[in-house]
Design a protein around this ligand. Structure first.
Ligand SMILES: [Zn+2]
Ligand SMILES: [Zn+2]
Length: 100
Protein backbone atom coordinates (compact mmCIF):
# COMPACT_ATOMS: atom_id res chain seq x y z
CA UNK A 1 0.00 0.00 0.00
CA UNK A 2 1.27 3.36 -0.98
CA UNK A 3 0.13 6.39 0.97
CA UNK A 4 -1.29 9.20 -1.13
CA UNK A 5 1.92 11.09 -1.34
CA UNK A 6 4.16 12.91 -3.71
CA UNK A 7 5.80 10.78 -6.34
CA UNK A 8 9.55 10.69 -5.86
CA UNK A 9 10.23 12.20 -9.27
CA UNK A 10 8.15 15.23 -8.36
CA UNK A 11 10.01 15.74 -5.13
CA UNK A 12 13.41 16.48 -6.54
CA UNK A 13 15.30 19.68 -6.23
CA UNK A 14 15.60 21.34 -9.63
CA UNK A 15 19.20 22.28 -8.94
CA UNK A 16 20.84 19.16 -7.52
CA UNK A 17 18.20 16.63 -8.61
CA UNK A 18 18.25 15.09 -5.17
CA UNK A 19 15.08 14.19 -3.32
CA UNK A 20 13.96 16.99 -1.04
CA UNK A 21 13.91 15.36 2.35
CA UNK A 22 13.83 18.41 4.56
CA UNK A 23 11.53 20.81 2.77
CA UNK A 24 12.23 24.36 3.77
CA UNK A 25 11.42 26.73 0.94
CA UNK A 26 13.74 29.54 -0.17
CA UNK A 27 11.31 32.09 1.18
CA UNK A 28 11.44 30.64 4.67
CA UNK A 29 15.20 30.30 4.42
CA UNK A 30 15.40 33.92 3.45
CA UNK A 31 13.30 34.90 6.44
CA UNK A 32 15.80 33.17 8.69
CA UNK A 33 18.69 34.89 6.95
CA UNK A 34 16.92 38.22 7.27
CA UNK A 35 16.51 37.61 10.97
CA UNK A 36 20.24 37.14 11.17
CA UNK A 37 21.30 39.89 8.79
CA UNK A 38 18.48 41.97 7.26
CA UNK A 39 20.40 43.58 4.40
CA UNK A 40 21.79 40.26 3.21
CA UNK A 41 18.34 38.73 3.33
CA UNK A 42 17.10 41.55 1.12
CA UNK A 43 19.73 40.80 -1.51
CA UNK A 44 18.72 37.18 -1.88
CA UNK A 45 16.59 36.20 -4.82
CA UNK A 46 13.75 33.74 -4.39
CA UNK A 47 13.80 31.23 -7.23
CA UNK A 48 10.43 30.89 -8.92
CA UNK A 49 10.27 27.18 -9.23
CA UNK A 50 7.96 24.50 -7.98
CA UNK A 51 7.91 20.78 -7.57
CA UNK A 52 5.43 18.58 -5.80
CA UNK A 53 6.99 19.35 -2.44
CA UNK A 54 5.52 21.72 0.06
CA UNK A 55 7.50 23.69 2.57
CA UNK A 56 7.28 22.41 6.13
CA UNK A 57 6.73 25.88 7.49
CA UNK A 58 4.56 27.85 5.09
CA UNK A 59 3.08 25.07 2.97
CA UNK A 60 4.05 26.62 -0.35
CA UNK A 61 5.28 24.50 -3.20
CA UNK A 62 8.99 24.74 -3.65
CA UNK A 63 11.59 23.64 -6.18
CA UNK A 64 14.98 24.27 -4.70
CA UNK A 65 16.13 22.38 -1.65
CA UNK A 66 17.36 24.11 1.47
CA UNK A 67 20.84 22.83 0.80
CA UNK A 68 21.07 24.38 -2.68
CA UNK A 69 19.51 27.59 -1.50
CA UNK A 70 21.92 27.95 1.37
CA UNK A 71 24.76 27.35 -1.08
CA UNK A 72 23.42 30.21 -3.14
CA UNK A 73 23.18 32.41 -0.06
CA UNK A 74 26.69 31.35 0.87
CA UNK A 75 27.93 32.45 -2.56
CA UNK A 76 26.25 35.80 -2.23
CA UNK A 77 27.66 36.36 1.22
CA UNK A 78 31.08 35.34 -0.03
CA UNK A 79 30.87 38.09 -2.64
CA UNK A 80 29.21 40.80 -0.56
CA UNK A 81 30.33 40.19 3.00
CA UNK A 82 33.13 37.65 3.06
CA UNK A 83 33.72 38.30 6.73
CA UNK A 84 30.26 37.03 7.57
CA UNK A 85 30.61 33.79 5.67
CA UNK A 86 32.04 31.78 8.50
CA UNK A 87 29.33 32.90 10.87
CA UNK A 88 26.68 32.12 8.27
CA UNK A 89 28.00 28.60 7.80
CA UNK A 90 28.01 28.03 11.53
CA UNK A 91 24.50 29.33 12.08
CA UNK A 92 22.95 27.60 9.11
CA UNK A 93 24.95 24.40 9.44
CA UNK A 94 26.40 24.62 5.98
CA UNK A 95 29.36 22.46 5.38
CA UNK A 96 31.04 22.94 2.06
CA UNK A 97 32.12 19.74 0.43
CA UNK A 98 35.85 19.35 0.40
CA UNK A 99 37.28 20.84 -2.74
CA UNK A 100 38.46 18.23 -5.19
ZN1 LIG B 1 19.18 20.87 -4.20
ZN1 LIG C 1 8.24 28.13 3.32
Amino acid sequence: MKPAQIQPEEAKCIVCQEAITNPICPECMRKQIKGWHPSLGESLVIPKSETGVRCLFCGKYMGVCAHCYSEEADDLIGRKRPKLQKEFREIFGLRKEAQI
